[in-house]
Each structure stands twice: as structure tokens, then as C-alpha cells.
Design a protein around this ligand. Structure first.
Ligand code: SF4
Length: 200
């Protein structure tokens, strides 16, 4: 049944069929069938497919990452060889804009930030720190700033509960539910400066 045929099998069958038909039209009887039987597996045949979301903008296009050496049980993605639009994703249906189409370069770029870095006061260089250190530092600095600058009431005595001295930039490559939760957490602190859409 058609629904049991994977996308890759479908493309392989169509590719072999087109090649066979074309050779048959040139008079090479049987050549088409031989070609179809010997057609080599696609270069992605040995790769692992992992679905994800393009990280650039709030359109949130679905992507498929093809990798070698992946071990999903161990949480290892392996080496990503190819990235393309996810044809089953309701937002983009397989398409990607130029930024999304260049995602492989983004993943493999030498300049890509892969871990938290900090430039301490008075220092002229960034240093690598752990995620725990980064989260502790961010939480502590946020608390100190909020304690010092939270505005409970405005000058007319009205309750406003505003915190305007720190801003929060969240990720757009997320689900509606995660975005909703992020919004609730950030707004519950009184933070006004907040963006959950990557305008970059
Ligand atoms: S940057 Fe392009 S590919 Fe990525 S989510 Fe936005 S529109 Fe889709």
C-alpha cells in the first residue's frame, strides 16, 4: 500500500522508473530494468534522520538532519551530512528560505558558539565556563538587578510591578507550548523588555 512506502523508497522507485523509461525510448530493450535493479542506494541511505526546527526565525520551519555515526539511545547525533526541509511539516512542507537552506554551514561554522563564554569585569578575553556556572551566574545577576530595580508602584501610588532594567531574548525555534511557558515565567517577574521572536 502507498502509505507503507517511505519517502526515500518512493523517490528511489520514481528515479529508477524515469531512467528505465528514457532508455527504453532510445531502443535499449531491457536496459531500463537492469538499471533499475542496479541503481545504487542514495548517498543518504546509511544516514540517520533527525527532525528539528530551523533556529533562525519564528516561521519555525521543520527540517530533517541526516547524520552518520548517530546513536539516538545515547543522545549522540553524529556528524551531520545534509539538512533539508521536512516535507511532512505543516508549516513549510519541505521548503526552506535561503537562510534555512544554508543551515549546514551554520552547524559546521568554525565561529559557531558551542558553549557558554564569559568576559569577566576588567578582562579583555572570553573564557569558557560550564552550563551550571552560566545558569548560576545569570540567575544571581538577575536576582540582584531585580532586587535593586523592581518598581512596585508608580509615582502616583498605583501598583505596576515593573522590572525594566533587564531584558530577555528567548528562542523562536520552539513549540507554542514552550513559548507560552517562557512568556508566563518572564512576565511573572515583572520584566517588560522581552522578545520571543528572533528578529535577526
Ligand atoms: S529562517 Fe527561513 S527556513 Fe528558517 S524558519 Fe525562517 S523562513 Fe523557515
Amino acid at each position: 500500500m502507498l502509505k507503507d512506502v517511505s519517502r526515500r523508497q518512493f523517490l528511489g522507485t520514481v528515479g529508477a522508473g524515469v531512467a528505465g523509461t528514457a532508455l527504453g525510448a532510445f531502443g535499449f530493450d531491457g536496459a531500463g530494468e537492469a538499471l533499475a535493479a542496479s541503481i545504487r542506494p542514495f548517498k543518504l541511505a546509511q544516514t540517520t534522520e533527525t527532525r528539528n526546527t530551523c533556529p533562525y526565525c519564528s516561521v519555525g520551519c521543520g527540517i530533517i538532519m541526516y547524520s552518520k555515526g548517530a546513536d539516538k539511545a545515547a543522545g549522540k547525533l553524529g556528524k551531520i551530512m545534509h539538512i533539508e526541509g521536512d516535507p511532512d511539516h505543516p508549516t513549510n512542507k519541505g521548503t526552506l528560505c535561503p537562510k534555512g537552506s544554508a543551515l549546514l554551514d551554520f552547524v559546521t561554522a568554525d565561529t559557531r558558539t558551542k558553549y557558554p563564554m564569559v568576559r569577566k569585569p576588567g578582562s579583555d578575553k572570553f573564557e569558557r565556563i560550564t552550563w551550571d556556572q552560566a545558569l548560576d551566574r545569570i540567575a544571581r545577576l538577575m536576582k540582584e538587578d531585580r532586587d535593586a530595580n523592581f518598581i512596585a508602584k508608580n509615582k502616583d501610588g498605583q501598583t505596576v510591578n515593573r522590572w525594566t532594567s533587564t531584558g530577555f531574548l528567548a528562542a523562536s525555534a520552539t513549540t507554542n507550548e514552550t513559548a507560552w511557558m517562557t512568556y508566563k515565567v518572564v512576565r511573572s517577574t515583572g520584566m517588560v523588555v522581552f522578545d520571543n521572536q528572533a528578529r535577526v
